[in-house]
Design a protein around this ligand. Sequence first.
Ligand code: ADP
Ligand code: MG
Length: 322
Amino acid sequence: ETLTNQIAAGEVIERPASVVKELVENAIDAKASQIEIEFIDAGLKEVIVRDNGSGIASEDLDLAFRRHATSKISKERDLFKIATLGFRGEALASIVAVSHTEVITSTDGIKGVKAEFAGGEKLSEETHASTKGTEIKVSDLFYNTPARLKYLKSPRTETMKIVDIVNRLALGHSEIAFTLKNEGKLLLKTPGNNNLRQDLANIYGRFIAKDMIEFSKEDPDFKVSGLLSVPETTRSNRNFVSILLNGRYIKNYQLTKAILAGYGSKIAQGRYPIAVILIELDPFLVDVNVHPTKEQVRLSKEKELSRLITEGISTALLENTS
Ligand code: ADP
Ligand code: MG
């Protein structure tokens, strides 16, 4: 049981940034309006995620930390229509399998519960006063699976990966106020007032954000919108392109190509814009259940969506550069 849990954990929790991603996605699913993230030692010593969302009821706590237990899907039919970021019920179980984890949570801001886990086992549980929401502190990641540590990159790279995923989730959720701190130092603060340009300014700088071009286009299946850097502002890698599908950060080669096609010859070969592309669609049109980390998805009507993105971008660029 312990071993299978550790093996399964490796699929979802590859590195400290995976812990951050899963905990923040849970906070988003819990309808938080504020999410605070702190980490120490590239996330290996400690990751803390605090939210003011729904909280976990004490009677649901054990279930929440059990593998394949999710509160987000109740019928098989729901698997084809996933509206939350999580649904596999793997993240918390995976995290507690490979760390020391402490959770403090309350559904009403009056009574709450505090519990500790290590290596997949619950060590303690007690009532604990808390504001409404959930705080999860993950310490000593991979302490019991030292082989995992060898796959990690330098502390600097692991730190960048944490910053990167928080930035993208913040861009996908302008309605949520995010703060991110590394060893107490503030790295990101977004106001949560639905102002994407402001969020981009906080992430990429005011100078870049102020010139970015708005675009939006829809057809009966998809609504795409976002902000695009002017063709003069490009980067040599695609990391500055963020695609968010119903608020989920995804990697998708075809859609990235569609974005580039929208710029056409306005940007040089091998260069990429800075762009945030928000896609809204009926969850029926996307299969998220392709890979445990859910970063790769399978899209029905991918060609139609690609065309919409390319057209939307090229029209917006034409209107703004003439
Ligand atoms: P999933 O997100 O796929 O359902 P997780 O392992 O990430 O699985 O979480 C398990 C369950 O724990 C969730 O379904 C949810 O009910 C609960 N949960 C986890 N994190 C939070 C949170 N921050 N606020 C409220 N509930 C949470
Ligand atoms: Mg989850």
